[in-house]
Design a protein around this ligand. Sequence first.
Ligand SMILES: [Zn+2]
Length: 95
Amino acid sequence: MTKPIPICGEHRLPKEWRPITFEYKDDGISIRVPNVYAWVCPADNEASFTPETVDELIVTARELLDTAKRARQRRSVLTEYVVSVGQPVTLPGTA
Ligand SMILES: [Zn+2]
């Protein structure tokens, strides 16, 4: 099964399937998730995530935010965390 390559509606360019760093900020807390595969416009680097990836990111961001908010409540001196689970995932569709 070949995935159709989406075209950026604004720049009329085929998007690239490649890993990016997802970033999210809420209430003074910032979350970064590196190595997330998405369709990326080569002109402005705008990323479109697949629905499955969006679902995963929402769940992950919510859990990380909870952790960070609890740490802030107890005035933890630790202000940054890096968490990894296994190897970076390569989703089907990679060239
Ligand atoms: Zn574009």
